[in-house]
Design a protein around this ligand. Structure first.
Ligand SMILES: [Zn+2]
Length: 233
């Protein structure tokens, strides 16, 4: 198996890889990822706040209903005729009146608290929306920068791709196909030399004796740990 041609191919492929890495490691890309994550979190928070508000609004409706019932009772009592009532009845009535007044007070406080909570949710919602909008607009700026970078580097990449196509013809098709598969899995370098007598030149995993003899036989073996091709210099 002719390893030399594949090594030659990889040497040029490394130039393409470097350009690709420039794009992958672009600070704009990193920033864009961060912003996307912020926007996503803000969106989740908005949904959470919406649910909270919905529950609160339903709670307020309940409280209002209870308030109405107690208020009606209180009004009825005010209109009730005390004439003909004995002192025991009047005492009962007064006791009930006290309870209703206390209920009304409690309900009023709860309603007030709910109104405060609604205001708090609303302010949180506005804050979250602002955060989301800012993240989105900054993301758009980053995206534009990334597109510009990609566009600028594309001719360079294209040049390497064309040159690689020429070199590719001198590599055994099966080996080339395997190489490309690994390369697509973001493995680079794809082919590395044996280190010492029995170590993978990349991940330093110790190779079994049988693997070493297979290198001699086949030209390359695949490291079981880092999946790279290993050849002997
Ligand atoms: Zn390895």
């Amino acid at each position: 198996m002719n390893i030399e041609n594949l090594l030659k191919y990889q040497k040029l492929d490394e130039e393409l890889f470097k350009v690709e890495q420039k794009l992958v490691n672009s600070p704009y890309r990193k920033k864009a990822n961060e912003l996307a994550s912020i926007a996503k979190k803000a969106q989740a928070k908005s949904t959470e706040l919406e649910n909270e508000a919905e529950k609160l609004i339903s709670d307020i409706a309940d409280l209002k209903e209870k308030f109405k019932i107690n208020k009606t009772k209180a009004d009825e009592m005010l209109e009730s005729n005390l004439e003909g009532m004995d002192s025991e009845d009047i005492e009962k009535l007064n006791g009930l009146k006290g309870k209703i007044v206390s209920n009304l007070n409690i309900l009023e406080k709860m309603l007030q608290k709910s109104a405060e909570n609604i205001n708090h949710i609303l302010s949180e919602f506005n804050k979250t929306k602002k955060l989301y909008d800012e993240a989105r607009s900054q993301f758009a700026v980053c995206k534009q920068k990334i597109d510009e970078e990609t566009k600028t580097l594309e001719p360079e990449k294209e040049k390497f791709r064309k040159e690689l196509l020429v070199l590719e013809k001198d590599v055994e098709p099966e080996l080339m196909a395997e190489y490309k598969k690994k390369r697509n899995d973001n493995i680079f370098p794809v082919i590395v030399p044996l280190e010492g007598n029995n170590f993978c030149g990349r991940c330093r995993m110790e190779l079994p004796k049988v693997a070493i003899s297979r290198i001699k036989e086949k030209g390359v073996i695949t490291c079981e740990h880092c999946k790279r091709f290993i050849y002997q210099k």
